[in-house]
Design a protein around this ligand. Structure first.
Ligand code: NAP
Length: 251
């Protein structure tokens, strides 16, 4: 690869983030695996190392400015300047609006929006210097509205506006910004939803697959494939886009 090849993936200890980190590694990137608990990323790091890739685990809360700054210091010292950032870290705090507490509103906004903002602001400095960068933000089909997710839907719709604005502001510096909006992906996040509504996860997946046009739920690898495309040098004329990876049309 002729361009710098260091990628940061947040929330990559498990789920979609782990899938994206592994895929970017197999694409040739050295990967910084950022998650709340550094030790929790051991599985992702080991999988990448076993496949012959390079990865470092970095513990950081993406919503904390000091921890984000420290994380970037480590990425640059241990791998080099990042050319790809995947803002994937996320949480859900689902409840119907009339029961939704302000703490659960603020927590979701903090991880998804403040986190993506802080990480991107830190990353763009290196990308602008290099006149090259790829920013990939995780939105969701919930951005279109989803019962019990007023906080999450607002955050994921916000991610789309954030992404389009990044594309406009950073485009002149060779930086693209795009969003991936997954539908139902089988991870601990969707497992937690099944538990909340009191349905076994397998049954929850079968129910979800029945209304998805391709008749299956998604896997982290489905999202990783889209991320691989947006992270590629050849995708340099694609920016400010939201791709729904949901087994059917969603917007
Ligand atoms: P997941 O299995 O719950 O994994 C999320 C990861 O993010 C966890 O390792 C979590 O760490 C980490 N994280 C949470 N808060 C963080 C913070 N403040 N700083 C750093 N890391 C943090 O979720 P997933 O299903 O893979 O989802 C990944 C992304 O895709 C999220 O943005 C999610 O909203 C989005 N998405 C998922 C689906 C789906 O169906 N699964 C659909 C649409 C969009 P802890 O374990 O320590 O909390």
């Amino acid at each position: 690869m002729s361009k710098p090849s260091i990628a940061i993936v947040t929330g990559a200890a498990r789920g979609i983030g782990a899938g994206v980190a592994k895929r970017l590694s197999s694409d040739g990137f050295a990967v910084a695996v950022v998650d709340l608990d550094e030790a929790a990323s051991a599985g992702t790091i080991a999988a990448i190392a076993e496949a012959g890739g390079t990865a470092v685990a970095i513990g950081a809360d993406v919503s904390n400015p000091d921890q984000v700054a420290a994380a970037f210091d480590r990425v640059v010292a241990e791998l080099g300047a990042p050319s790809v950032l995947v803002n994937n870290a996320g949480i859900i705090r689902d409840n119907m609006l009339f029961k939704l507490g302000v703490d659960d509103w603020d927590a979701v906004m903090a991880v998804h929006l403040r986190g993506a903002f802080l990480m991107t602001k830190a990353a763009q400095k290196y990308m602008v210097e290099a006149k090259y960068g790829r920013i990939i933000n995780l939105s969701s089909t919930s951005a279109l509205g989803n019962r019990g997710q007023a906080n999450y839907a607002a955050a994921k719709a916000g991610i789309q506006g954030f992404t389009k604005t990044l594309a406009i502001e950073l485009g002149p510096f060779g930086i693209t910004a795009n969003a991936i909006a997954p539908g139902f992906i089988a991870t601990e996040m969707t497992q937690a939803t099944a538990e909340r509504i009191g349905i076994p996860f397998d049954e929850h997946k079968v129910n979800a697959a029945a209304v998805i046009p391709v008749r299956r739920v998604g896997a982290p690898a489905d999202i990783a494939h889209a991320a691989s495309y947006f992270a590629s040098e050849g995708a340099g004329f694609v920016s400010g886009q939201v791709i729904y990876v949901a087994g059917g049309p969603k917007d």
